[in-house]
Design a protein around this ligand. Structure first.
Ligand code: SF4
Length: 415
């Protein structure tokens, strides 16, 4: 019998595969590879220690490549030192250089920088105009060919090629149908990305070394632009809502835009551009990127914790503390577990507040715990593989449950 509303399934769009490498570490973008998580530092690249430390933090959090800004000769000079620091710390994550305005000069004047980077991000809208723009672009592509580095041609709404935009506005003003400026802009983004990619190929760069992005800051624009872009080329695509914003707004906007596109099979690498709170943790954007991919069933990074929101039945803080401690415990363990217990990242853990949904959700999880709700002595049945196992009691429930989870992981995922 046919199910009238089948569970969403996701077919990835076929793209070429671009390889981003450092030493033995190879990250493939597109060509059927899993969607890659990436992020960007916000340190001054001219400070190699601070930058290397932040790159390491982002890599440890799960960023599979890290972009650094290369904006001045001082920054370009320090890129090899950053690479060296990372190699010394055993961090092989590929570094991507982010270039605007002077990338052609920096890449040609600092060959060690060009070599130490694993990929270059080029913004064709920030390279001057006319012949100067063409020459600067050609210089950067020539360096990419010489060092065999892939390139992301990253077009951005905020820095779109003015000449292209003016030409398109002119030609569209002749049309009978009324063209709104933003529609022309969306089309201009796509035209700019594709035409620059074609030019890079004409200049000798392999089509397998090109990744495209067209970033905008509004959700509906982003969806429209990427649908258009993906229908007109087979280069791998870097997805991200630029200037997504702070806190929950940034997370929600990015998730809304990227989920729609990923569900349509569009997107080969993602970056979540969150504005950190003052003193906030930069790794948050990596966690959000991973959680988007994992909740959509595209990848698995860490065991999923299903926790109910709590309500009047959980008026003590015990339930929140238990859920938080289990989530933190699993994240802390993952770097170690990943190597020892293949497949552990697909595990589901339920932490539930009361008997209303607790036993049911716990039975559906690989391992779950269900508290009794308000006003009762803490006593919580544990469910393992759908079967009720032990009942934990008292103040040590969190520690004992962690121990049960650890034993379960060893038994189920150990060699
Ligand atoms: Fe409230 Fe219980 Fe539902 Fe959790 S499972 S939200 S505590 S009713």
């Amino acid at each position: 019998e046919q199910t009238p509303f089948p569970v969403g399934s996701l077919v990835r769009r076929q793209t070429r595969g671009a390889r981003v490498a450092w030493g033995d570490r190879q990250v493939q973008i597109g060509g059927g590879a899993p969607v890659v998580v990436q992020s960007m530092t916000n340190t001054d690249t001219a400070d190699p220690i601070a930058t290397a430390i932040q790159v390491k933090e982002l890599a440890m959090a799960g960023s599979e490549m890290v972009r650094i800004t290369v904006n001045t000769p001082e920054a370009a000079r320090e890129v090899p030192a950053i690479r060296e620091q990372l190699d010394r710390m055993g961090v092989s994550v590929p570094l991507v250089g982010d270039f605007h305005y002077n990338g052609h000069k920096l890449l040609t004047q600092f060959p060690d920088c060009a070599q130490a980077l694993s990929k270059y991000r080029i913004n064709p809208g920030n390279m001057g105009g006319g012949k100067k723009r063409d020459d600067n672009f050609a210089q950067m592509i020539e360096v990419a060919c010489r060092y065999e580095k892939p390139v992301r041609i990253g077009v951005n709404w905020g820095s779109l090629d003015h000449e292209l935009m003016a030409r398109m506005m002119d030609s569209n003003s002749q049309r009978s149908a009324p063209w709104e400026a933003s529609a022309v802009m969306r089309e201009a983004l796509v035209v700019s990305a594709i035409s620059n990619a074609q030019r890079a190929e004409e200049l000798g760069l392999s089509g397998d070394a090109i990744i495209l992005s067209c970033k905008v800051s509004h959700v509906q624009d982003l969806i429209s632009v990427y649908r258009n872009l993906s229908s007109r080329c087979d280069y791998p695509l870097h997805l991200g809502l630029t200037e997504a914003g702070m806190g929950s707004k940034g997370i929600v906007a990015s998730t809304a835009a990227l989920s729609v596109l990923l569900q349509e099979g569009i997107g080969d690498t993602i970056r979540i551009s969150l504005t950190p709170e003052p003193g906030g943790d930069r790794t948050r954007e990596v966690i959000v990127a991973q959680e988007i991919l994992q909740t959509m069933g595209l990848r698995a990074f860490t065991p999923m914790v299903v926790a109910c929101p709590g309500c009047g039945r959980t008026s003590s803080t015990f339930f929140q503390e238990l859920a938080d401690s289990i989530q933190s415990y699993l994240r802390r363990q993952m770097p170690l577990w990943k190597a020892q217990y293949p497949g552990v990242e697909t595990m589901n853990v339920a932490v539930m507040g009361c008997v209303v949904n607790g036993p049911g959700e716990s039975r559906h999880a690989d391992i779950g715990i269900s508290l009794p709700g308000t006003g009762e002595v803490p006593s919580a049945p544990v469910f393992i593989d759908g079967e009720r196992s032990v009942t934990l009691k008292g103040d040590t429930i969190a520690d004992e449950f962690q121990e049960i989870v650890r034993n379960y992981v060893e038994k189920r995922y150990g060699a």
